[in-house]
Design a protein around this ligand. Structure first.
Ligand code: BEZ
Length: 398
């Protein structure tokens, strides 16, 4: 055999062997999936008024995944993090960057409702899973709900709705609402109004500063002049801290009871000091829920981050559980859409907030707690509404 013929023979034999091998090896998505890392796109605020919220979600989610062995369905994870700056106009481009350019398998985010609405559009166009660890925009689990969109947090209506009843029970008949002018503010206000006005309460004014403005003075002057029985506000993060301080400094805290969803105080009431004393809030979490899982979670989060856990950390932690359980059910195969959706729809999450399941519109059904800050701590007063589900109006899972 000449050298030329030998090379030809080796080439042909090699090609033949390749074909034989290919014929006997039927790659499954599972086998392929096992080799590659799962790419998790984390689109969250790491700057601006919601920066602390984004950091707590991220750190607690990673902490939970590490507790579960650091892998999802047997696959290692590559985290791709992007600061969304809580800027809705950049939402679509940022989501595309993660899903199209970086080819993330699953998108996780975000905090700000306006940004989340943009992310949901892109995720749907790209036919990718979106897991929302905070943003409460109601449309995401109502008319814009979709099979591959899941929320592990709340709808903006959920923690707000029980608050109206709390204010009525406290004997208040008139309220002023003050919230940032964007979907989360409007929807939170609506939740409060739904129960407060149904029970005979009257909203005498709604004051709407732009997001994320912390120029509250004009609104506070108006509240002082209107003299309502109580005030309901939606603010969160650094803006909430500034609001509590301004409300106190204006002399209003001592005269007019302040209410809100727990985003007003969570993560910031300690920094607010005496300005937070007496504020009553309703939320799907309370620091002092007396369960082993909550105590263990708070201790571990403090140990790892040197920060106190709050509702955002809880939501991040539960998102970690959500990913661990779902991906375990499909052995890491993110392409197994039907099986993954089925696993997530049937999920039961043992959370620091209490055990919860998801509604048909992919939204937690959960207890809403009543809390009040006194003597420098936020105390759990009781359950304001047991197993509350968002109405999910208009959700058809198209
Ligand atoms: C929202 O935009 O949906 C939101 C932001 C911070 C806390 C709660 C809700």
């Amino acid at each position: 055999m000449t050298a030329h013929n030998r090379r030809r023979f080796i080439k042909q034999a090699g090609a033949g062997m390749g074909l034989a091998a290919a014929a006997s090896f039927v790659p499954t998505r599972f086998a392929i999936g096992q080799k590659a890392k799962i790419k998790l796109g984390l689109m969250l605020p790491y700057s601006g008024t919601y920066a602390a919220l984004g950091h707590n979600i991220t750190d607690a989610m990673k902490m939970r995944i590490n507790e579960g062995g650091g892998k999802l369905g047997g696959r290692e994870i590559e985290y791709v993090q992007l600061d969304d700056e809580s800027a809705p106009p950049k939402g679509k481009d940022n989501a595309s960057r993660l899903l199209v350019r970086d080819k993330c398998d699953i998108l996780v985010g975000t905090v700000h409702s306006g940004v989340a609405l943009a992310m949901a559009q892109v995720a749907k166009e790209e036919n990718k899973f979106l897991v929302i660890p905070n943003a409460g925009a109601v449309d995401l689990t109502r008319k814009n709900c979709s099979a591959k969109l899941f929320r592990t947090s709340f709808s903006n209506w959920q923690p707000a709705f029980p608050c109206g009843d709390v204010a009525l029970k406290d004997g208040h008949k008139t309220a002023v609402i003050m919230t940032w002018k964007y979907p989360a503010g409007f929807e939170s206000a609506q939740g409060f109004k739904d129960s407060f006005t149904k029970g005979g309460g009257k909203i005498i004014k709604e004051i709407l500063p732009d997001f994320p403005s912390v120029e509250f003075q004009a609104g506070l002057t108006e509240i002082a002049a209107l003299k309502p029985d109580c005030v309901y506000v939606f603010f969160a993060g650094a803006g909430a801290l500034k609001f509590m301080k301004d409300y106190d400094a204006a002399g209003l805290k001592a005269r007019i009871q302040l209410y809100g969803p727990g985003f007003l105080t969570d993560g910031v009431y300690k920094q607010a000091g005496s300005a937070a004393e007496g504020i009553k809030t309703t939320l799907h979490y309370a620091d002092d829920i007396d369960t082993p899982i909550n105590k263990k979670f708070r201790a571990a989060f403090k140990d790892q981050t040197k920060r106190d856990a709050d509702v955002y950390a809880v939501q991040g932690y539960d998102t970690g559980t959500f990913l661990l359980q779902g991906l375990a059910a499909v052995q890491g195969d993110v392409g197994a859409d039907k099986a993954l959706i089925k696993a997530w729809e049937g999920i039961k999450i043992d959370s620091p907030r209490g055990t919860f399941t998801l509604s048909k519109s992919h939204e937690p059904i959960q207890d809403i707690y009543l809390r009040q800050v006194y003597s420098g701590d936020e105390k759990l007063l009781g359950i304001a509404h047991k197993a509350l589900a968002d109405p999910g109006t208009g959700c058809t899972m198209a």
